[in-house]
Design a protein around this ligand. Structure first.
Ligand code: SF4
Length: 340
């Protein structure tokens, strides 16, 4: 599979009055061209910081991208780009849809002006041509009356419509990669489904690569080809969707899946809540970051960071349970819980 993005040993910190917050701690994964990769994990796991780094949106200071970090976009390390190269890259190579469209759109400009401005930033065309293209983009994003929408201000649109406008703006530069950071969190379930369908149809039409950032595994199941699970600034498990949903191997992934509501949940079954809190990233533990919340924690887990163990094809898990000498290689989490 051809890779469009290769993230290698990415480390990002924020310098605060309390100390250095190590938000992303040596993250590596690849994104395949024309496919959808989902990055999942609870708040503070580093998924949004990773995606903002790919977009060049980490303010330095207080942020710092550590030496040795690499993000290869079509083979070129974008972390070495000049400010001018970043401006050309954003929008035309890689674009982002943010969680809250209301705060991301400019409240003082109507929708038409915002899209036209974005199109003209990336293309040398006159206003009339940009306007035509803006209407095409709005139609493509599923806006029924694009002419009327162009005249509206963000606050005059519903949440779903605003998110469609955001998608139209993000697509107006014809980017190769679209990063969607929790694009459906603020929407009700019907609109969520429509937005996910829209993203799928965009991918089919234009071959756009999608990186979906979310904590909602229900959203991921519908659209992702591969999933990266992050915890405490690290990748703890990654693999194809099927492997993560039906062959997950990390205790954190299991807890995340068990914590998600599902129609298949039996009457007697309870949702799992992950007790405890993630570690303080100003002073992260030397061993496994999930150790304090993991019922399978062993001595080795407290002493050293687990390496990544590889299973079929692209399935990788960072957990000491899969060390050949742990004796837990065939662990079944469900059974262990029922036995308690
Ligand atoms: Fe649990 Fe140890 Fe695996 Fe971490 S390395 S998830 S503490 S078993």
């Amino acid at each position: 599979m051809e890779k469009i993005l290769e993230i290698e040993n990415l480390r990002v910190s924020y310098h605060t009055y309390a100390g250095e917050v190590q938000a992303v701690r040596g993250v590596s994964f690849d994104v395949n061209r024309g496919k959808t990769l989902a990055i999942v994990g609870e708040s503070g796991c580093g998924k949004s910081v990773t995606s903002k780094t790919i977009m060049g949106l980490i303010p330095t200071p207080p942020g710092e991208i550590k030496e040795g970090s690499k993000i290869l976009f079509d083979g070129k390390n974008i972390l070495e780009q000049s400010e001018k190269e970043w401006c050309d890259y954003r929008g035309s190579q890689c674009s982002m849809i943010f969680q809250d469209a209301l705060t991301s759109l400019n409240p003082t400009m109507n929708i038409g002006k915002q899209i036209v401005e974005n199109i003209r930033n990336h293309n040398k065309i006159d206003k009339a041509e940009a306007r035509k293209r803006a209407m095409t983009m709005l139609r493509l994003a599923g806006i029924p009356d694009e002419e009327m929408c162009m005249k509206k201000y963000p606050h005059e649109l519903s949440g779903g419509m605003r998110q469609r406008v955001m998608i139209a703006i993000a697509l107006s530069g014809n980017p190769k990669v679209l990063i969607a950071d929790e694009p459906t969190t603020a929407l009700d379930v019907t609109i969520q489904a429509q937005i996910i369908e829209l993203m799928k149809s965009i991918q089919e039409q234009f071959g756009t690569t999608i990186i979906l950032i979310t904590h909602d595994l229900g959203v991921v199941a519908d659209i992702a080809d591969r999933i990266v699970v992050m915890y405490s600034g690290k990748v703890v498990e990654e693999g194809k969707s099927r492997e993560i949903f039906f062959g997950h191997k990390h205790p954190y992934t299991w807890s995340l899946l068990k914590a998600a509501p599902s129609l298949e949940l039996g009457k007697e079954e309870k949702l799992v809540s992950i007790e405890g809190t993630p570690p303080d990233l100003i002073d992260p533990p030397v061993g496994c970051p999930f150790a304090a919340r993991c019922k399978y924690c062993m001595k080795a887990c407290l002493e050293a960071m687990p390496p990544q163990f590889e299973f079929e094809e692209e399935h990788k898990v960072a957990c000491w349970l899969y060390h050949p000498e742990s004796g837990y290689a065939n662990i079944r989490f469900e059974e262990e819980t029922e036995d308690e």
